[in-house]
Ligand binder design. Structure first.
Ligand SMILES: [Zn+2]
Length: 367
């Protein structure tokens, strides 16, 4: 049910198709994030028109509100939010561990307080899988511990827990129509990452994720850790770099064997009036845009760029109109989806290095 066809490889970069019960995911792919079962300010029809194939939602948020029981009662997350295509849920681990002064970790799981009303809850590997099964996404994630990346002693302890929990997640899984991905951790320590990639691979998950990166370490460390893990993980299964999705990180990640990315950046930046382009970010609030008749990006084929001027979008931002977030979100997600689509074409043409070098040379020209 969850086969991964590799259709081209160029260096370490791969182009493929991951088959799921709700459709095929062409890789490399960028997944927009729908934290509360909605990609902020966009309808599913708009996402579909953008060519999005995979959407992520957050277990922690849906568990607290509206509750996994309600989502299940409404037919699962696809039906609830009316996204008929592939979906992925995280395990809630990242959010729970981010609640630094509101949670307590033990070997069995984590007790935490809700950021909404302060009520006490407990996640264990078994509980996280049970919730993800109620939500019903196509790809579900193991419950892991995301440790501060530079703390060696903490990473050693967290890695032991993450590995024990990965085995428990696998045992706890009941549904066969969901692909459970294992997560490699280990901070910025090459030996821990290698050990983790070996252990997680040995559990024979249908896909693998790399967690705990882009959380404060340097870009050099991140890229090095991806290389260490890439060398160990089996080639015939997809690799997902969690929470990473800026244009340059995607180009660098694809070069190191990553197939799937997700990031809140395009919609978050949109709400702050910031547009992502192939040459860097544009702050549409800037007075220089006040009389500008050009679209956000003259090279972009999205709905926002085909119809609206920078002057108009700047006006919407200043007038605090909701359409500003919608138009900029459409554009930002289009930028990231067009980027992975072009990367895929370049891999198939055997020209990925040239594509990546040209992209990186042009990126941040604006700044
Ligand atoms: Zn655009």
């Amino acid at each position: 049910m969850f086969t991964f066809d590799r259709i081209a490889q160029d260096g370490r970069a791969r182009a493929g198709i991951f088959h799921t019960p709700h459709g095929d995911i062409p890789t490399p792919i960028f997944a927009p994030v729908g934290t509360q079962a909605t990609v902020k300010s966009l309808t599913p029809a708009q996402l579909h028109e953008l060519g999005a194939s995979l959407v992520l939602s957050n277990t922690y948020h849906l568990y607290l509100r509206p509750g996994a029981d309600l989502v299940e009662e409404m037919g699962g997350v696809h039906e609830f939010m009316q996204w008929p295509n592939p979906m992925l849920t995280d395990s809630g681990g990242f959010q729970v561990f981010s609640l630094s002064d509101m949670r307590k970790i033990d070997e069995d799981g984590v007790t935490f307080k809700s950021h909404i009303d302060g009520s006490t809850h407990r996640f264990t590997p078994e509980k996280a899988i049970a919730i993800e099964e109620q939500l019903g996404a196509d790809i579900i994630m193991a419950f892991d511990e995301c440790a501060p990346p530079l703390d060696r002693a903490y990473n050693e302890r967290a890695l032991a827990r993450t590995h024990a929990w990965a085995e428990r997640c696998k045992k706890a899984q009941k549904r066969s129509d969901q692909a459970l991905f294992g997560i490699v951790q280990g901070g910025i320590f090459a030996d821990l990452r290698e050990q983790s990639a070996q252990f997680i691979s040995s559990l024979d998950f249908p896909g693998h994720a790399i967690g705990g990166l882009s959380v404060g370490e340097s870009k050099e460390d991140m890229n090095q850790m991806i290389e260490v893990v890439d060398a160990v993980l089996p080639e015939n299964k997809p690799r997902y770099l969690m929470g990473v999705g800026s244009p340059e990180d995607q180009v660098n990640g694809i070069r190191r064997g990553i197939d799937i990315f997700d990031c809140v950046l395009p919609t978050r930046l949109a709400r702050h009036g910031s547009a992502m382009t192939r040459t860097g970010r544009i702050n549409l609030m800037n007075a220089t845009n006040a009389h500008d008749k050009r679209p956000i990006d003259e090279t972009c084929n999205c709905y926002a760029c085909q119809h609206f001027t920078r002057a108009y979008i700047r006006h919407l931002i200043i007038a605090k109109e909701m359409l500003a977030s919608t138009l900029i979100s459409i554009h930002n997600i289009a930028t990231l989806l067009n980027l992975v689509r072009d990367a895929r074409t370049a891999i198939q043409a055997g020209a990925y290095d040239q594509f990546a070098d040209e992209f990186l040379a042009n990126y941040n020209k604006l700044q």
